[in-house]
Ligand binder design. Structure first.
Ligand code: FAD
Ligand code: NAD
Length: 403
């Protein structure tokens, strides 16, 4: 009955409309984009305020309305992917005809660059907290019933906690419940839980507070952020994941997604850097997965192993990477994802005898020491990218995860 006016700027001006039956009100968003999924729209409905943020490329399109009549807490969301149509179906509390949808609130019917939208938080309840390693826990948060939010593969959210009157906000990357969780598109529409693998730093600012949360306590969770595009996984043949410590977290959904949804995938390899064996997150699951799915291999590299460790050791280095990054065939379609601490990239070291097997490209690394003690040091991200380029990876074939 009442059509929204078109936002003029941005990609393909999205628009909206609404209609009603005796029991339902349906809000329809026409994105005019093909790559829309249930993770493309975030809906929050609180009291009479209805907010839907649709993620379209680098933009957000907002429907933000003070509804004219009351609706039930729960609602459903449907996406017609091939035409990019999103339908949000609300249930009327009273069986009466609405004359209008409501009054516009902030940003309503605007298409805004995502980087200018600010973060929007909703309060989520801690449902469970399980030990994973000696210092890492799996947190399960439940979204409010009046929220629809699915974090896209490779994206993170911000968690916000108030500590002695000050708001502390840090990014965390949601994971699946396990490496064996079903990952079929589209996700279950009633998916209400978000899982996080979080390492607790005893002297850290936020993580000890997260560790002290009791079941039933609330944490504010933002909408998703990040620039990884799931479409980069389409038609891949080789996928290489290089992770250090909790830098494993973005790899979890990528692993799940790639193994279940990319039929062209021949090989998926994870090189997982940790200090000790005790630090390896989900080692059992990784090994079970490697046993179950022959396309998947995992290699651990420890920087502070015990004397019993007879696997790979050291820091990220040209020698380790050049051995690992072997394409299935010369021109295979390939992607390399990297995540970990900044020094992980900055201080990769190789010892001389490993180094001998590798022809060091002159630009990226500096050489330290003499004779048998010679070491090559990857200096920074740009240098690492150059190394990878020299291993025949173009910029488009590399994704590094950052905030
Ligand atoms: P901080 O206060 O930041 O301290 C961390 C460590 O540094 C502690 O050991 C502390 O003692 C030490 N430290 C702090 N300040 C100093 C100093 N001045 N000098 C020396 N040492 C110092 N982490 C996860 O566990 N899981 C995730 O899924 C995850 N996802 C992320 C996604 C993104 C995009 C990014 C950028 C980071 C992610 N992180 C993740 C890291 C997370 O955001 C926090 O940085 C981390 O949890 C530490 O927070 P903290 O406040 O507890 O520790
Ligand atoms: P950690 O201290 O346990 O180290 C794990 C491994 O990283 C080490 O074994 C080593 O191989 C490498 N490493 C660490 N420090 C190094 C150094 N100085 N030089 C060379 N290599 C080094 O790691 P952690 O405490 O689990 O930290 C994980 C990091 O990943 C955090 O900085 C976190 O912010 C980051 N992270 C980023 C994202 C993202 O950007 N999307 C997601 C998750 C985690």
């Amino acid at each position: 009955q009442v059509a929204g006016t078109l936002a003029k700027e941005g990609p393909n001006s999205p628009s909206y409309d609404w209609f009603q039956t005796d029991f339902l009100v349906t809000i329809v968003i026409y994105t005019k984009q093909k790559e829309m999924g249930l993770d493309s729209v975030i809906v929050d409905h609180q009291d009479d305020s209805f907010r839907a943020e649709t993620l379209i490329k680098d933009y957000s399109y907002f429907i933000h309305i003070g509804l004219s009549h009351e609706v039930e807490e729960d609602f459903s969301v449907r996406v017609v992917e091939n035409v990019g149509k999103i339908e949000i179906v609300l249930k009327k509390k009273e069986n009466i005809s609405w004359k209008c949808l409501g009054h516009p609130l902030e940003k309503h019917n605007l298409l805004i660059l995502k980087k200018d939208t600010g973060l929007y938080y909703r309060k989520c309840q801690l449902v469970s907290k399980e030990d994973v390693t000696h210092d890492t826990k799996l947190f399960c948060l439940m979204l409010p019933p009046s929220t629809h939010l699915q974090v896209p593969v490779g994206h993170h959210v911000y968690l916000k906690v108030t500590i002695t009157g000050t708001e502390i906000v840090k990014p965390y990357t949601p994971v699946s419940y396990s490496l064996f969780s079903e990952f079929k598109e589209p996700d279950l529409p009633n998916n209400k839980y978000i899982y996080f693998l979080i390492k607790i730093y005893p002297a850290g600012l936020l993580t000890p507070e997260l560790d002290h949360l009791q079941i039933g306590d609330f944490v504010s969770v933002s909408g998703p952020e990040g620039n990884f595009k799931k479409s980069r996984l389409q038609e891949l043949e080789d996928l290489f994941l290089v992770a250090a410590g909790t830098g494993f977290t973005p790899m979890v959904k990528i692993l799940n997604y790639a193994l279940s949804n990319i039929p062209s995938l021949r090989k998926l390899k994870l090189m997982f850097f940790n200090k000790t064996e005790d630090d390896i997150i989900w080692r059992n699951q990784l090994e079970k997965l490697a046993f179950k799915d022959k396309r998947f291999d995992v290699e651990y590299v420890l920087s502070a192993p015990t004397s019993e460790w007879n696997g790979k050791q050291g820091h990220i280095s040209p020698a380790l990477l050049s051995g690992f990054l072997k394409r299935s065939f010369e021109k295979s379609r390939v992607l390399l994802c990297i995540c970990g601490p900044t020094p992980f990239i900055e201080q990769g070291i190789i010892v001389s005898n490993q180094f001998c097997h590798y022809k060091m490209p002159p630009l990226f690394a500096k050489v330290e020491g003499k004779g048998n003690g010679i070491k090559a040091v990857i200096v920074n991200m740009v240098d690492l990218q150059r190394l990878l380029h020299d291993l025949y990876f173009s910029k488009d074939e590399i994704h590094s995860f950052t905030a």
